[in-house]
Design a protein around this ligand. Structure first.
Ligand code: COA
Length: 159
């Protein structure tokens, strides 16, 4: 997934195997330091790798960010939305956060689509957040998200 140009188009380019190892240690370290991070996304039935998703935070971020990448041959099946929905639900259930944000390049149709589908509110544009340029910023509050799954029957987390 990290070696695919199209998948990494809005993520500042591809990673080779060494770069991927550095990324994985960084992502696992976030759990120890911040109490949240990203998961591997797997097919429930087969265990096949589908991507990564979770709650990420970096210097200069407007808040804890829901983030996702899905293997390109499985795009447009709703997996990115499902993974972000589960991540946000876990975040509000587990962490003392008032809101969860996301941001993405204005040209990233997939991530802008996920934010809209999850009912996140457009906050405005940000020319730079850390290394990321020309962003749309979205947020959703704990109150807006509600008490999943009771108040969000479309959410599969916890079932
Ligand atoms: C962004 C990404 C995770 C979306 O994953 P996905 O599983 O394809 O997303 P979904 O199927 O849940 O799509 C959600 C909505 O986004 C929009 N969307 C997704 N891909 C799109 C595309 N290529 N063109 C236009 N709209 C798109 C649609 O509105 C879609 O809803 P619909 O299928 O009901 O119309 C995936 O494209 C990806 O991994 N991209 C590379 C990594 C990346 O940029 N991650 C985000 C970093 S900020």
């Amino acid at each position: 997934m990290n070696a695919d140009d199209e998948t990494m188009r809005h993520l500042n380019g591809t990673f080779d195997r060494d770069g991927t190892q550095r990324l994985i240690t960084h992502l696992i370290g976030m759990w120890a330091l911040l109490g949240h991070g990203m998961w591997a996304v797997e097919d429930r039935a087969s265990g096949e790798f589908l991507g990564r998703a979770g709650l990420y935070y970096g210097p200069g971020w407007p808040g804890v960010e829901v983030a996702v990448s899905i293997r390109r041959d499985r795009w447009r099946e709703g997996l990115g939305t499902e993974a972000c929905r589960a991540s946000i639900t876990w975040g509000f259930a587990t962490l003392s956060l008032d809101e969860i944000v996301t941001f993405t390049n204005q040209g990233n149709a997939g991530m802008n689509g996920i934010a809209r589908k999850l009912g996140m509110t457009f906050q405005g544009e940000a020319s730079a957040i850390g290394p990321w340029k020309d962003n749309n910023v979205y947020a959703i509050s704990r109150a807006e998200w509600g008490d999943c799954p009771a108040r969000r029957p479309d959410c599969s987390w916890g079932r």
